[in-house]
Write a protein that binds this ligand. Structure first.
Ligand SMILES: Cc1cc2nc3c(=O)[nH]c(=O)nc-3n(C[C@H](O)[C@H](O)[C@H](O)COP(=O)(O)OP(=O)(O)OC[C@H]3O[C@@H](n4cnc5c(N)ncnc54)[C@H](O)[C@@H]3O)c2cc1C
Length: 477
């Protein structure tokens, strides 16, 4: 089943695929082991009635020249750049910017937001320790409770008082008092109809330009698999779930894979794992020390239920709609046709509604029919889509969508990564394997860097610091 001196790559998401491609085009045999029947991981694209759906919006964020050139090469002529045009849903209406939402509030609420912002600027909470404390200090109690608390609770599934403080500045850069005061005054002064009309005409986030794949991100990764296989020295073992990882004398020796025909062992010289950090530790044979098992067992992920709808006609403007207020359970609604016309078919438009949850919770265990009904009700309630125009729907459940940044998680990650660093032939890279909000740029870069290391090129091994997800974090991921 395996070749001599091969590298075994666990997981065929963007990270694993980039590593497999780079190694095989340089003559190094690889075996890629993937539990799903398709490649692409969280960046895969699915199809319904000829329409294409990514797992939420999947935009390619410019990272560095190597990555941009890689996307252009692999994406052939299918990649194009476009401006962000996202919207925010708040209390029954879609808005183009936060200033517009602020102006839509009753004057008394506007004044209370401004007063609480001023109060916290003068009297901040000493030593803020959580996301909530930090946001309250940055924006004031009222603005935090109106705009931030609800979406963050939905996103994490835990009270933002238990979330790591630094997350506040990963999602939004820290506002200065002067900048915030200026924004509010500017919003008030621009209440005239003329100024509002101008603001409406400008797409939100017009400063953000990103790449998109004409048919959805997963098509780039399907193509990457195809050209990697063409080298003749890359084998893809799909529908093969890694269930055990054997090690001896500081080296990984083999992995057990569960396939439809039973269990197989895949052996290799080197191993690159993109599996979730906690799963990896749980599969080690023999077991690691107890403190490593304990640390890994504390790490957990937020999961995702995606409801895909095919709608007759394009129902609304904007690429995606972030849900700010609590009247909808959904976290985000995406209109893929407004990201790329080719993702629709004829008059049919692909839309998705995202629900963050934990596997096994009440939401996750609802039947597909119940979830579709709920999502339809919410679309109707949002005023965006008349559901008699829905001609098809499906539900997709994705595990390990977001590593939860609870207070203290870094210590557990460090305990596990320090232990894994002791294996001389293992690189553990990728979003879930390093428990970080890596985007596709980070993923591809970490795959290429891991391959560089095995090819003897001088780079930062595994590149954990280079690939620190804090560096160009973008709130879409
Ligand atoms: C809702 C959402 C929106 C996003 N939007 C964007 C965006 O706009 N732009 C952007 O750049 N990034 C975005 N991302 C992030 C992007 O999806 C990830 O950065 C990228 O997919 C990470 O690639 P990866 O290979 O590291 O991990 P993954 O994509 O998670 O791939 C890991 C692979 O390992 C496989 N695997 C797991 N366990 C096993 C096992 N036991 N045996 C065998 N195989 C296994 C999985 O099936 C999967 O294929 C988004 C993510 C989410 C959840």
């Amino acid at each position: 089943m395996t070749s001599p001196l091969n590298t075994v790559i666990l997981g065929a998401g963007p990270t694993g695929l980039a590593a497999a491609y780079e190694l095989s085009i340089h003559g190094k045999p690889v075996d890629v082991v993937e539990k799903s029947q398709a490649v692409g991981g969280l960046s895969r694209t699915t199809e319904l009635l000829g329409c294409q759906f990514d797992l939420g919006p999947h935009i390619f964020i410019r990272r560095n020249e190597r990555i941009v050139n890689f996307w252009k090469l692999i994406g052939e002529n299918q990649m194009f750049s476009l401006h962000e045009n996202s919207k925010q849903y708040f209390r029954g209406k879609a808005f183009g910017s936060f200033s517009e939402i602020f102006l839509s509030l009753p004057v008394t609420e506007q004044a209370s937001i401004a007063a609480s912002f001023l109060r916290r600027s003068l009297l901040p909470k000493p030593r803020p320790s959580s996301y909530r404390d930090q946001m309250v200090n940055d924006y004031g109690d009222k603005m935090y409770s109106v705009f931030h608390e609800g979406p963050q609770k939905k996103f994490w599934g835990v009270d933002p008082g238990h979330i790591e403080r630094k997350w506040a500045h990963r999602m939004l850069s820290r506002p200065s008092f002067l900048a915030m005061a200026k924004r509010m005054i500017h919003a008030w002064m621009n209440q005239s109809k003329k100024a509002k009309a101008k603001a409406d005409a400008e797409p939100t986030g017009a400063g953000h330009v990103f790449f998109h794949h004409k048919n959805g991100s997963g098509h780039l990764y399907d193509h990457l698999k195809e050209i990697t296989e063409k080298t003749g020295i890359a084998k893809f073992h799909l529908q093969s779930e890694v269930t055990g990882i054997h090690h001896q004398h500081d080296r990984i020796t083999a992995v057990d894979t569960q396939t439809r025909d039973g269990t197989h062992a895949v052996t290799g010289e080197h191993f690159i794992s993109t599996l979730p950090l906690n799963d990896f530790v749980g599969m080690l044979k023999p077991k690691p020390p107890q403190d490593v098992i304990d640390a890994a067992s504390k790490l957990y992920f937020r999961d995702l239920v995606m409801v895909n709808f095919v709608v007759d006609g394009n129902p609304f403007d904007g690429q995606w709609l972030q849900i700010i207020s609590d009247d909808l359970q959904a976290y985000r609604i995406t209109n893929f046709r407004n990201l790329s016309d080719a993702m629709g078919r004829g008059p049919l438009c692909p839309l998705s509604v995202e629900y963050n949850c934990f596997r096994g919770d009440d939401f996750w265990r609802k039947s597909d029919a119940q979830i579709i009904e709920l999502a339809k009700d919410e679309l109707e309630k949002s005023g965006l889509v008349q559901t008699q125009r829905v001609v098809g729907s499906s539900v997709l459940r994705a595990k390990n969508a977001y590593p939860v940044y609870f207070i203290g998680y870094q210590d557990h990650v460090q305990t596990v990564t320090e232990y894994l660093a002791g294996f001389k032939n293992l690189q553990s890279i990728g979003r879930s394997a390093i428990y970080r909000y890596n985007n596709m740029g980070h993923a591809v870069e970490s795959g290429l860097l891991a391959a560089d290391h095995l090819l003897g090129r001088k780079t930062d091994v595994g590149g954990l610091d280079v690939l620190d997800g804090t560096k160009d974090i973008y709130n879409n991921v």
